[in-house]
Design a binder for this molecule. Structure first.
Ligand code: ADP
Ligand code: MG
Length: 317
């Protein structure tokens, strides 16, 4: 691909922060990490047909590719700083590139993160973004810090994206407005970076939910060497999902991927404070259960017909 002009047009941003000494056009970017801060780095690839349906609008692909990476920074409690973009695409389509870069840039501006370089190649559509952010020493939110008695909290509602994908794949029928809401949740995940400050120093462990609540919660519990109880009636369902039969809605919420909500543990004494800030940020917060030292793994008070995931059923009465 030629195409320095094309890269220049779509991927060089005029407004570059002082932390970037050199980017866009040189062989590598030269960056300054603020004194006393740690660098937090993560990378995620989205492949067309695997991580998003082939016919996803370009604007949504641009948004989502950055959103899933910002979500990893949110999970770590890191302040977003820079990102690189490795883009492989089958051909040069200016309209596609305009919408793609626009979707990415709108989200980047909201979160104050800057594109500082990348690579552009010809091949099947694939987007790899590496994000970089800052954290004060010892402050990053890990999966391993939960203590017995901590509350399990999640942001937003769960399962909408998985239901949206099922709708697009023709395996689920929903009323039009509910279907549209779920597809929007699939295409435009909202990374929860605005909770960073209130979670720092309060949440004991944190991660983002990308593979489904049960699968991801088990990773957090394993890292913290704890067990947990989850109460199915507390799992936050959007009004779109509440229209589905309970078993189906819960299946999406507990096992569906692509939510990019935060899952964190919180000592009980911090809940009111954290919830107040979440309200101001317009991010719903829900307590779905609690961590325990005397339980192994995950217990939930719901018995699924299909028992493939490693959890225990418990009864509340
Ligand atoms: P090289 O030959 O060193 O690989 P490239 O021609 O790939 O250089 O890239 C030239 C410049 O354009 C570099 O500064 C690179 O970071 C930037 N760049 C290339 N592709 C992208 C992209 N998709 N997004 C942002 N910057 C890009
Ligand atoms: Mg290159």
């Amino acid at each position: 691909m030629p195409e320095f002009d094309l890269i220049h047009e779509f991927f060089f941003w005029e407004k570059i922060p002082a932390s970037v000494q050199c980017a866009g056009g040189d062989d590598a970017a030269v960056l300054r990490i603020p004194q006393g801060q740690e660098l937090i780095v993560s990378v995620d690839t989205l492949n067309a047909g695997v991580h998003f349906p082939m016919d996803t609008p370009a604007h949504a692909i641009g948004h989502k590719a950055l959103a899933v990476n910002l979500s990893d920074l949110a999970a770590m409690g890191a302040q977003p700083a820079w990102f690189t973009l490795a883009l492989s695409m089958p051909s040069v389509d200016r309209n596609w590139l305009a919408a793609f870069s626009q979707g990415m840039r709108e989200l980047a501006e909201q979160h104050n993160i800057f594109l500082i370089g990348g690579d552009t190649t010809q091949g099947p559509l694939s987007i790899t973004i590496q994000v970089m952010g800052f954290s004060s020493p010892q402050q990053a939110l890990l999966r391993s810090g939960a203590s017995p008695g901590d509350l399990l909290c999640v942001t937003g509602s769960l399962g909408d994206a998985a239901a949206g994908l099922a709708v697009l794949q023709g395996c689920l029928t929903m009323p039009a407005a509910a279907a549209e809401f779920c597809v929007q949740r699939l295409n435009y995940p909202q990374p929860r970076n605005t909770l960073r400050e209130v979670l720092l120093g309060r949440a004991s462990a944190c991660m983002d939910i990308s593979d489904g609540l049960l699968a991801d919660l088990q990773h957090l519990l394993a890292a913290s060497q704890l067990g947990a109880r989850v109460f199915h009636q507390q799992v936050p369902l959007s009004s779109a999902l509440q229209e589905l039969p309970m078993e189906q809605a819960l299946n999406f919420a507990l096992r569906g991927g692509d939510d990019y909500e935060l899952l964190f543990t919180l000592p009980e004494k911090y809940f009111i404070e954290v919830n107040e800030i979440a309200k101001i940020c317009q991010i719903p917060l829900t307590i779905i259960g609690q961590a325990y030292a005397d339980i192994v793994g995950l217990s939930i008070d719901w018995e699924f017909a299909d028992k493939r995931l490693g959890y225990e059923h418990f009864s509340t009465n």
